[in-house]
Design a protein around this ligand. Sequence first.
Ligand code: DGP
Length: 113
Amino acid sequence: MADCIFCKIIDGSIPSNKVYEDDKIIAFHDLEPQAPVHVLVVPKQHISCADEIDESNADVIAYIFTKIPQIAKSLGLENGYRIVNNCGDDGCQSVKHIHFHLLGGKKLRGQMS
Ligand code: DGP
């Protein structure tokens, strides 16, 4: 997607502080961290939001969740972490390329909204 920030990070035209990359996904530090560790885990395939997940693209979403423990371990999140996905306007999704926030590095507040 030509005007998608995360597609530009994936193709290297916008720099990022990468922590993991393979042929299907990328993970990089969030520009505006909300916790001591705040990484975004993003499929390379452009899927706009969780509402667009279907049988044709669910494999890469499942794949992300198989890689998150490895990424979390590499970031030292031995004591747990939070995974957040914002979807659509009410979910306050600002970048319309699905991504999972991986947050940790301290005891996070329990509040969800
Ligand atoms: P969300 O609100 O769930 O769509 O989260 C989008 C996140 O993306 C937000 O925490 C800030 C981050 N972000 C936006 N633009 C960039 C960028 O160019 N580079 C990086 N590393 N993060 C970005």
